[in-house]
Ligand binder design. Structure first.
Ligand code: DQA
Length: 144
């Protein structure tokens, strides 16, 4: 099956990118990241939809509504706490890549625990905003 439609899900506090702890998250805003993904998707002949929420239930509702072929998700702080979002992804059976802007393994111990990594296709952590486009490029190659 050809992959065509990709949903990017940004978790809590990622709406503050650009002003939030630039030493961890760099200077790109969420709009910068979504614009870069949209441009890259055009080149790769893929469709991108981006969604951000600070609310666990909204993220679960979004996941349950999806008909897309692939998900790129940065669950942000929910990475380390949300069985509910994990279960939503498992239930929908849509493959996903977990992305973190910072290198979660070089930070506090609680960030090394993820409820998503073992059921993800792969995990990208520490490549900054570039991590999202790296995920998209990987997904495009699955069509070749
Ligand atoms: C993050 C890392 C998480 O530990 C943190 O709670 C975030 C962002 C990242 O992109 O590096 O909000 O997912």
């Amino acid at each position: 099956m050809k992959i065509k439609n990709i949903t990017v899900i940004h978790g809590p506090n990622l709406n503050l990118l650009g002003q939030r702890e630039p030493e961890h998250y760099g200077s790109n805003t969420l709009d910068d990241i979504n614009d870069a993904l949209t441009n890259q998707a055009k080149i790769l002949n893929l469709n991108i939809e981006a969604f951000q929420s600070n609310n666990e239930a909204e993220i679960i509702d979004k996941i349950q509504s999806l008909t897309s072929d692939f998900i790129i998700i940065n669950p942000a702080a929910y990475t380390h706490s949300s069985v509910a979002i994990r279960d939503g992804l498992s239930a929908m059976k849509i493959p996903f890549i977990e992305v973190h802007i910072s290198n979660v393994f070089s930070r506090e111990d609680f960030r090394k625990q993820s409820f998503f990594s073992d059921i993800a296709v792969g995990v990208i952590s520490g490549l900054g905003a570039e991590g999202y486009c790296a995920a998209l490029n990987y997904i495009a190659k699955l069509n070749k």
